[in-house]
Design a protein. Structure first.
Length: 157
């Protein structure tokens, strides 16, 4: 640990924040997110873009609105995101034949190829996280984090 980090940890210990779950989760989230943002920098994209591309690979032709709802992205931000992905040639947008008031989105061949590369960067990110966790198995940690995030009912494994 460097001197600055030592001082931060000492202050957290002194104040008792080091033992408060919410505070420690926030510091951990910041460190994890920073690593993920760095992992995607070579692609000129951010984690939100990656999430949207993943959704399109899993559900070709889904509505723009569905992506926004699943990822918690507000409409104006989602429109800007999709426009950027479209300009880069990663996503194709067309009027949804089932609902002409909405757009259906699909990955292009370039989008699929880039997503494969980003998957590799994400696997490396996950490996770094596993190394940071040391002996803690991520599969043991994930159910509790999912519950905290509201993705499962209390008591779910």
């Amino acid at each position: 640990m460097d001197d600055k980090r030592d001082k931060v940890v000492a202050l957290l210990v002194e104040t008792g924040l080091i033992d408060r779950l919410g505070f420690v989760l926030r510091f951990a989230q910041s460190r994890v997110w920073s690593d993920l943002v760095t992992a995607f920098e070579p692609f000129g994209l951010r984690p939100g873009h990656y999430s949207a591309l993943l959704m399109l690979r899993a559900r070709p032709g889904c509505r723009q609105q569905d992506i926004g709802e699943a990822l918690g992205v507000q409409r104006p931000n989602l429109v800007a995101m999709v426009e950027m992905l479209e300009k880069r040639g990663l996503v194709a947008r067309a009027v949804n034949p089932a609902d002409r008031r909405s757009y259906a989105l699909n990955l292009t061949d370039a989008g699929l190829a880039l997503l494969d590369e980003m998957d590799e960067a994400h696997r490396a990110h996950e490996a770094r996280l596993a190394a940071m966790l040391g002996p803690i198995n991520p599969a043991v940690l994930l159910p509790g984090l999912r519950r905290l995030a509201g993705f499962g009912e209390e008591g779910d494994a």
